[in-house]
Write a protein that binds this ligand. Structure first.
Ligand SMILES: CC(C)(COP(=O)(O)OP(=O)(O)OC[C@H]1O[C@@H](n2cnc3c(N)ncnc32)[C@H](O)[C@@H]1OP(=O)(O)O)[C@@H](O)C(=O)NCCC(=O)NCCS
Length: 159
């Protein structure tokens, strides 16, 4: 990743920019609700290239009460520069801190569509292992694939 991208907690003032990112992840109103909730809870991080939003990530403890990445998006203009992987690492740090504070297992779950080869490649490279799949949440033939990684303080996530 180039040195000019900065990752910081997202604020209420960033919500409009985050939701305007050119990434069709989920329906717009759902995306906005998730982003607002995550910003409120301090579980959203934004990547900035100068004044331009390069990407963002949100997470929560809503997957069987385990840390789970809800949205991860990088602007088309900024892809393949390591920003998605860097945002994921930032969530791993936050999940590790939460695990320490609440005596939880240090781990992180992520899911992506079966047709999303790029995200699957990112996750494999970052040390995530397949953790099952869910039918019927996407269109037929496109299962939601769940990935999992144990976060070991001694061995930082793959770069
Ligand atoms: C998936 C996404 C977040 C990746 O972000 P990114 O910043 O481009 O990813 P990175 O540059 O950190 O990629 C790290 C590694 O992951 C793999 N990877 C990422 N995108 C890839 C792609 N489209 N095809 C193949 N491999 C890919 C590569 O190994 C890459 O390393 P390399 O560029 O040195 O080969 C981005 O494409 C995106 O926002 N997509 C739309 C939204 C989405 O799919 N979100 C994930 C759903 S949970």
């Amino acid at each position: 990743m180039t040195g000019i991208v900065r990752i910081a907690p997202a604020t209420a003032g960033d919500v409009a920019a985050l939701c305007a990112l050119d990434v069709p992840l989920v329906k717009r109103d759902r995306q906005e609700a998730i982003v607002r909730e995550s910003v409120r809870d301090g579980t959203a991080f934004a990547a900035w290239d100068g004044d331009a939003l390069a990407g963002y990530v949100t997470w929560d403890l809503g997957f069987f009460a385990r840390p789970f990445v809800r949205l991860l998006a990088v602007a088309r203009t900024h892809r393949r520069r390591g920003i998605g992987a860097a945002l994921l690492r930032r969530v791993e740090e936050a999940a590790l801190e939460t695990a320490r504070a609440r005596a939880l297992l240090p781990e992180l779950f992520v899911s992506t569509e079966g047709i999303n080869a790029g995200m699957q490649a990112l996750l494999a490279r970052a040390g995530y292992a397949p953790s099952g799949s869910i039918d019927n949440v996407n269109e037929p033939g496109n299962p939601e694939l769940v990935y999992h990684r144990l976060l070991d303080e001694g061995s930082g996530p793959a770069s």
